[in-house]
Design a protein around this ligand. Structure first.
Ligand code: ZN
Length: 160
């Protein structure tokens, strides 16, 4: 059987972030390279955080997904040569986060304070919001409160 790099990326879109089941690893931007040697595939990934949980699970799920497609050998290596930033999340990924009820990370044009103090609410898009806790249920998320909806929401924290 033969396959292309594009096909591998398509297949990898089925592998979701274990904590955010609507977001694929491809849209999260953690897959940094795909190399094909005959019937073996070499995947390189850069996780969102050093020590972010679920790295082992992600590696295993990548292997399982690709081997289910008939690829004989899948090797997943991790590198931190170029740190992951939240700018690597695709537009599709940001939409998925918002639908999931998580505010997508803000672009780097905002100052650090604005990024955390007036995060647009994923429900009403209003910016009358305030930071409640820099660390949410995981290191990757912060907790905010929307004064319009009168509800708390989480943001996938920007990292630049
Ligand atoms: Zn709101």
């Amino acid at each position: 059987m033969s396959f292309t790099t594009d096909q591998i990326y398509k297949w990898l879109e089925e592998v979701k972030d274990p904590e955010i089941p609507v977001l694929s690893l491809v849209d999260l931007g953690v897959i940094t390279s795909v190399t094909i040697h005959n019937n073996a595939v070499e995947i390189e990934m850069t996780p969102t955080f050093v020590g972010c949980p679920a790295l082992d699970i992600m590696q295993q799920e990548i292997k399982t997904a690709l081997m289910a497609r008939g690829i004989a050998s899948v090797n997943v290596s991790v590198n931190f040569r170029q740190p992951w930033t939240s700018d690597r999340i695709s537009e599709k990924g940001k939409k998925a986060l918002k639908q999931f009820g998580l505010a997508p990370p803000q672009d780097a044009i905002f100052s650090d304070i604005d990024m955390l103090e007036h995060v647009p609410c994923p429900k009403c898009n209003g910016t009358d919001t305030e930071l409640k806790n820099v660390f949410g249920p995981t290191l990757c998320r912060s907790i905010h409160y929307c004064n319009t909806c009168r509800e708390a929401f989480e943001q996938f924290k920007p990292i630049h």
